[in-house]
Write a protein that binds this ligand. Structure first.
Ligand code: GDP
Ligand code: PGA
Ligand code: MN
Length: 613
């Protein structure tokens, strides 16, 4: 232990070493010393979280040609990734635990020692020519009982700057840590530099077969190698706040979910809090920042991607957003679809894989304004006539949550907000109606477990056209999926009367011409309003085989420009189509083996009965 400090003294700036010596957290010292010895960086740097630190590291990347300083936006920068490193890689994402059955059928399992062996070889000398940054970060407001501390070691300045925005970083985290525990997260872009070599303005990463996004769920640590992309490299986000946290939550009786959190206030001033789970690139960020089109109803954003929820002393489920920024999909974001996101990234933001325009701004497909000429995400000259998209479909903005004009005043409340409503959903161009209310908690859990969505650009290698994505957690639940479903049943039992009402939505039904029928975005507030009125017992619904649904007259459709036929299409139940889903669902359930809860089987049996009668 003392040896670790001694070793670090030899390779760190004295004032940074002093911080570690004063803290005297032996697990931390060991983590840093081991990583330095293994990765052999040229320099070691402990992040303090200051603006000066951010500015210095960013300026370095601009100098090297890795980042473009966007003159048209205050303190904003653009990065072009390697064309192979643009999204999460689910095929290279691993769960390592002693028994394969604990990882379950939905994860790539490897035996921990074997994976460590492979990865140690990759890490060996991998930071040559680079700086090893140590990033102390907190997921959740510092000091909140729901928050967790992590340390990310990385050789990427891009990661450091993004972590500054997405999490709480620096000295204040060291103070909160003291002698306490934390989640060690080791990251390398996996591209050591030879003597005198530089990145030459090229995004460093490793080829796909050397990429590993690994989670040791029993030791609770994360090793990521070879990718610089958000979900693979900003380890506080999907890796810690979802995968590792899902395991912690199961063990400790709380919930770590892939959910946005919003507050909806009705004209009488009554507040409702909604948490909604949609798969990546299916509308979380947009719904979280929604501008209500219903007179008198106001939306405020608490979080756009992840919710950590615990039952409080009154038996109420309360949620915090563990992040402090948005890592949002840029294409499709404009002043009409998501004005709050546009405002959130006006300044102090990072952009990845967009078009850089001639006036040194960023542009993307279905963004604001037009771009006549610029440099595309691959670094080539681009005009609308180029015949290819200028921005990658998974191009992203990283923006501080505090800059969102409708951020909820309580978004950093350590106690969280009380959840009234859960929503599940996905992208389905057919079959699934605009909105359905679960008949009870168990039916709602069934809805979550059978959620499915069409493929998006957010995961490189998700395969099939429509895939089951239970609770939007398929890529993020780091233990047996059936145990996770049981956890949902258990939470319902624990919450009893206080359990949130559950709904399922689909904004994405298309007509014969392939156009979305429902206008979506701000107009989704009409559906949210109906949900709140259902909670209050004020709005009507009728029973269908698949759940309770509104009639047209139960929804506030004032000013919605849809024909009766179109409304009927998205508010009706295609019984034959739903019958065809049953064998697919049963087959999916069978992959869970004997851990599948009986309560889940009972739900599909009942649905079958209802569809028959
Ligand atoms: P997230 O990854 O779940 O946060 O998804 P985003 O909110 O970033 O949205 C992903 C994509 O879906 C973007 O291109 C959005 O413009 C689009 N989108 C979001 N909400 C809606 C909606 O209500 N209707 C339609 N048609 N598209 C939407
Ligand atoms: P999201 O995920 O698409 O759910 O925002 C971000 C990511 O892919 O890392
Ligand atoms: Mn998002």
């Amino acid at each position: 232990m003392g040896n670790d400090l001694e070793y670090l003294k030899g390779c760190m700036r004295p004032e940074q070493y002093e911080k570690l010596a004063a803290l005297n957290n032996s697990k931390l010292n060991e983590f840093i010393a081991d990583s330095v010895q293994l990765c052999t960086p040229d320099d070691v740097y402990l992040c303090d979280g200051s603006k000066n630190e951010y500015d210095t590291i960013m300026a370095g990347m601009v100098n090297e040609g890795l980042a473009t300083d966007l003159k048209a936006r205050e303190n904003c920068f653009h990065f072009r990734s390697d064309p192979s490193d643009v999204a999460r890689v689910e095929g290279r994402t691993y769960i390592a635990c002693e028994n394969e059955s604990d990882a379950g059928p939905t994860n790539n399992w490897i035996y921990p020692d074997k994976l460590k062996g492979t990865m140690r070889d990759l890490y060996s000398g991998c930071m040559k020519g680079r700086t090893l940054y140590v990033i102390p970060f907190s997921m959740g407001p510092i000091g909140s009982p729901i928050s967790k501390i992590g340390f990310e070691i990385t050789d990427s300045g891009y990661v450091v700057c993004n972590m500054h925005i997405m999490t709480r970083v620096g000295d204040k985290v060291l103070e909160a840590l003291g002698q306490g525990d934390f989640v060690p997260c080791l990251h390398s872009v996996g591209k050591p530099l030879a003597e005198g070599e530089s990145d030459n303005g090229m995004w460093p990463c490793a080829p796909v077969e050397k990429k590993y996004i690994s989670h040791f769920t029993e030791e609770q640590k994360i090793w990521s190698f070879g990718s610089g992309y958000g979900g693979n490299a900003l380890l506080g986000k999907k890796c810690l706040a979802l995968r590792i946290a899902s395991v912690m939550a199961k063990k400790e009786g709380w919930m770590a979910e892939h959910m946005l959190i919003l507050r909806l206030t009705n004209p009488e001033g009554k507040k409702f809090h909604i948490a909604a789970a949609f798969p990546s690139a299916c509308g979380k960020t947009n719904l979280a920042m929604l501008q209500s089109t219903v007179e008198g109803w106001k939306v405020e954003c608490v979080g756009d991607d992840i919710a950590w929820m615990k039952m409080d002393d009154n038996g109420q489920l309360r949620a915090i957003n563990p992040e402090s920024g948005f890592f949002g999909v840029a294409p499709g974001t404009n002043s009409k679809t998501n004005p709050m996101a546009v405002k959130s990234c006006e300044k102090n933001s990072i952009f990845t894989n967009c078009v850089v325009t001639d006036d040194s701004d960023v542009w993307w497909e279905d963004g604001d304004g037009e771009c006549k000429h610029g440099i595309d995400w691959k670094g080539r000259e681009w005009t609308p006539e180029s015949g290819e998209k200028g921005a990658h479909p998974n191009a992203r903005f990283t923006a501080p949550a505090a800059q969102c004009p409708n951020v909820c005043p309580d978004w950093e409340d350590p106690a969280g907000v009380p959840i009234d409503i859960f929503i599940f959903g996905g992208r389905r161009s057919e079959l699934v109606p605009l909105v359905t209310e679960a008949m009870d908690w168990d039916h709602g859990v069934y809805m979550g477990a059978t959620a499915a969505s069409e493929k998006t650009a957010a995961a490189l290698d998700s395969g099939v056209a429509i895939r089951r994505d239970p609770f939007a957690m398929l890529p993020f639940c780091a233990y047996h999926m059936a145990d996770y479903w049981q956890h949902w049943f258990d939470m319902g039992d624990k919450l009893g009367e206080n359990a949130p009402k559950i709904f399922y939505v689909n904004w994405f039904q298309k007509n014969e011409k392939g156009k979305f029928i429902w206008p979506g975005f701000g107009e989704n507030s009409r559906v949210l309003k109906w949900m709140c009125e259902r909670v209050d017992g004020k709005a009507g619904a009728y029973d269908t085989a698949i759940g309770k649904m509104p009639k047209k007259e139960d929804l506030d459709l004032n000013g919605i420009d849809l024909t009766d036929e179109e409304m009927d299409k998205i508010l009706s139940v295609d019984t034959e189509g739903w019958k065809k889903e049953l064998p697919i669902v049963r087959e999916f359930f069978e992959t869970m083996g004997d851990k599948l809860p009986d309560r889940m089987v009972a739900q599909v049996d009942r649905l079958e009965q209802r569809l028959k009668s």
